[in-house]
Design a protein around this ligand. Structure first.
Ligand code: BES
Ligand code: MN
Ligand code: ZN
Length: 505
């Protein structure tokens, strides 16, 4: 799928399908009349006969070889103009990619100007069209032997056209940026949809190295020996159940911007979570290949910030292990001494994410960051609380939480805050050690975050994103087929793109 942008021309090469948006109650299709009066007349008749009313999801099309822009013209209902906001436009664009594909159109031309509202500027519309059409076209075909037999989900190309020729160069700039963002999200989906038998910790590390070489990022991978030397026993304890070695992937961007401050991103990279000795039920366990979503969101974001040349020093850390039951697995009741010296009683080997994150969070100290943001598919409880539509956000710095929440609202990756009150710390205290890795069974998302907080370098603003519900789609969605969806890449990038010291208190 290709996206492009141009000024509208009256003559020139025809597309297969020309699309204009139409609001509910719109009767006088002025712009359309300028473009093709014969189709505009047909559409106005359809509107006056209530055959087409411009409701969201409705469409009206007509086929005539004589139309100027394309033999087939289509009006897409957008609902009330006042209701066209980023969320609804994203859905409409997702639907349009499918609809155009259904019309067997290879080359689609879209009248951008007809998709604007109070909330949607031309820039915003270009951003959404570019991102969503590229994302909606995505398929993971790595393991389909006859790839060609798999029907496409989107047309071959979408060309946005505008009558406002003076905007073309600015809009092309917006489009180029949005393309980079979409590509990073697709990169994340591709890595994440790979199964546990392929995308294990060493393979994830080699993907990170490949990306680093391509984007000129600093890259260091700590292997088994180094993790042992450093005493990263949280990572090592989880890894005891796997014959595959663990890694701590460290990517670095923008050293030259250190004066502006360093932000650390940390992502959970459990390449498969069986639960360990506290083994998970088999139903749905295949979805635990997505337990590496946080790490992959961080890795993909690191590639993207380099593409976007952000003026900030950013370090991405991804501890990666497989939580399995082979070798000499950890037992419930085991006590481990973590990288920062605190001791933890492992009550449940399925609460492994916090053990590996804890060491990585403590290790951030090395970089003296002004803020740490972590992303992790950490608790089933978060999925239960928010479903697949909202990610849990908790942390020690309200300003940073607010900034991230605002960014999420903007890019369509929403977060909702849960409290981190001291009282919740009670239930992760252990009888025989400093801490235990599970709470009392209640408020699981909060107690998991309380546990992480114990390992964040002192006085460093820290925010945790629990993406257990949002990281993958259990069914097809308008912008993503069932599977990994790349959650977090757009959210983190938006936060970093608008970074200012004001973001933290
Ligand atoms: N990876 C899981 C959390 C998860 C569950 C992610 C569902 C995505 C969907 C995590 O490692 C886990 O198993 N957490 C346990 C914690 C419990 C043992 C305290 C959970 O949520 O059940
Ligand atoms: Mn687990
Ligand atoms: Zn897990």
């Amino acid at each position: 799928m290709k996206v492009s942008l141009a000024g509208l021309t009256k003559a020139g090469a025809k597309a297969d399908l020309f699309v204009a948006g139409c609001f509910k109650g719109e009767k006088d299709l002025k712009a359309l009349r300028r473009i093709d009066s014969s189709f505009a007349k047909a559409a106005e008749t359809a509107i006056s006969k209530k055959r087409f009313e411009g409701k969201t999801g409705e469409s009206f099309s007509s086929y005539q070889a004589g139309y100027r822009q394309a033999p087939e013209m289509l009006l897409l209902g957008l609902g009330e103009k006042k209701d066209l906001k980023t969320a609804s436009l994203r859905k409409s664009v997702g639907a349009l990619t499918g609809l155009a594909n259904g019309h067997k159109a290879m080359k689609v031309r879209v009248l951008l100007d007809s998709f604007l509202s109070e909330d949607i500027s031309a820039e915003e519309a270009v951003k959404i069209f570019t991102e969503i059409s590229l994302l909606a076209a995505y398929k993971f075909l790595q393991y389909k032997t006859k790839k060609k037999d798999d029907p496409p989900k989107a047309p071959g190309s979408i060309e946005l056209v505008t009558e406002k020729k003076e905007l073309v160069s600015t809009l092309r700039f917006v489009m180029a940026r949005s393309e980079k963002i979409a590509k990073a999200v697709l990169f994340a989906r591709n890595l994440n949809n790979e199964p546990g038998n392929v995308m294990n910790p060493p393979r994830l590390a080699s993907e990170a190295k490949k990306l680093a070489a391509e984007k000129k990022l600093g890259c260091k991978v700590l292997g088994l020996a180094e993790l042992k030397k450093l005493g990263m026993n949280g990572i090592l304890a989880v890894n005891q159940g796997s014959v595959t070695p663990p890694v701590l992937i460290i990517l670095e961007y923008g050293k030259e911007h250190k004066a502006q401050g360093t932000v650390c991103l940390v992502g959970k990279g459990v390449t498969f979570d069986t639960g360990g000795i506290s083994i998970k039920p088999s139903k749905g366990m295949e979805e635990m290949k997505y337990d590496k979503s946080g790490a992959i969101a961080v890795i993909a974001t690191m590639g993207l910030v380099a593409d976007l040349k952000l003026p900030l020093h950013i370090v991405g850390l991804a501890p990666s292990v497989e939580n399995n039951v082979a070798a000499d697995p950890q037992r419930p009741g085991d006590i481990i001494r973590m990288y920062n010296g605190k001791t933890v009683e492992v009550m449940n080997t399925d609460a492994e994410g916090r053990l590996i994150l804890a060491d990585a969070l403590s290790y951030c100290e090395e970089f003296k960051p002004v803020a740490i943001i972590d992303a992790a598919t950490l608790t089933g409880m978060c999925h239960h609380t928010f479903g697949d539509k909202t990610c849990g956000i908790l942390g020690t710095d309200q300003k940073l939480i607010d900034a991230i929440q605002k960014a999420g609202e903007k890019v369509g990756e929403r977060c909702w805050q849960l409290p981190l009150w001291e009282e919740y710390g009670e239930c992760i205290k252990s009888h025989h050690s400093d801490l235990r890795n599970t709470g009392d069974g209640y408020a699981g998302t909060i107690t998991a975050a309380m546990f992480l907080k114990e390992f964040v370098p002192e006085k460093t603003p820290w925010v945790h994103l629990d993406i257990a519900g949002t990281a993958y789609c259990s069914a097809n969605r308008f912008d993503c087929p069932k599977g990994a969806n790349g959650f977090g890449v757009r959210l983190l990038t938006e936060v970093l793109s608008n970074w200012s010291p004001e973001n933290v208190s």
